[in-house]
Design a protein around this ligand. Structure first.
Ligand code: GLP
Length: 259
């Protein structure tokens, strides 16, 4: 696992976008695994900027991690809506190549099976992840066991509360979601986990240093061969001195270490 700490989330998002651009340029049919949430916004802004500079998305396929059950693309709470506004409508990706689970599927179980086929056909070269305050990745919530493949999940109360904060004037926030499983995430050749802000500092430190456990799903990422954790100074604030003293300031950002 590598860690990079940047001066700001904008520089961090820009770095993740650079990695995405390298993937797009290197592959015949590049596949990006994408996340939603406030953390991913600087990344999408930087990707859109790269589109303005000529980056071509016409060969790109995207596969999103999750969607809330019961909300459609015209509902601002939905991840379809988020993706449409943050990225899909702002770059030249073909609509048929942009995959998000269908939160309005009448048969959610069948939708999970369908989505796993999508992942089987389009395994991400690069997977972008955020982290929930409780350590979830995608919507794989902490527990005694985790599921390998796409499934319907009942969100933990703290997850519903955290995500609902962005929609203060809305009555209610969905309590169930469709999420890809841990094995689906692990199939990506490279994973970039982003976390910003002081409120993520504690869970970031635990995911990196506590024993690997299903009770902190992000800690499992230490078992993957190619993971880069991209942080700002605030989210890196609780990393142990033993880690931080190995990260040296360089060119306005802090460099990468292997742990
Ligand atoms: C949601 C998403 C996750 C995301 C997490 C963090 O729960 N399902 O994929 O990583 O939120 O969100 P934020 O970046 O808004 O803190």
């Amino acid at each position: 696992m590598k860690i990079r700490v940047f001066d700001s989330q904008y520089e961090a998002g820009s770095y993740a976008a650079l990695l995405a651009e390298r993937t797009i340029l290197a592959k015949e049919s590049p596949v990006l695994g994408l996340a939603t949430g406030a953390t991913s916004i600087p990344f999408y802004s930087a990707l859109v900027q790269r589109r303005h500079n000529g980056l071509d998305f016409s060969r790109v396929t995207t596969v999103n991690l999750d969607e809330l059950v019961g909300v459609g693309a015209d509902d601002p709470r939905s991840y379809h809506y988020f993706m449409q506004h943050q990225l899909f409508s702002r770059v030249n990706i073909l609509p048929e190549n942009a995959h998000v689970p269908d939160g309005l599927a009448i048969d959610a179980g069948a939708e999970c099976v369908r989505y796993d086929r999508v992942i089987d056909a389009h395994t991400p070269d690069l997977q972008i992840l955020g982290i929930g305050g409780n350590g979830h990745i995608g919507f794989n919530e902490p527990g005694d066991a985790l599921l390998a493949r796409t499934h319907v999940v009942r969100l933990h109360q703290e997850t519903v509360a955290a995500n609902a904060r962005a929609f203060p004037s809305w009555d209610g926030y969905p309590s169930r979601a469709i999420t890809v499983g841990v094995t689906d995430i692990f199939r990506a050749a490279r994973i970039v986990l982003m976390a910003f802000g002081e409120e993520k500092a504690d869970i970031v430190a635990r995911a990196i240093k506590d024993p690997i456990t299903t009770h902190i799903p992000a800690s499992l990422l230490r078992l993957h061969a190619d993971v880069t954790v991209v942080l700002d100074r605030a989210s890196a604030g609780r990393l142990s001195p033993a880690i931080m003293t190995r990260i040296d300031p360089k060119d306005g950002w802090l460099t990468e270490i292997d742990i």
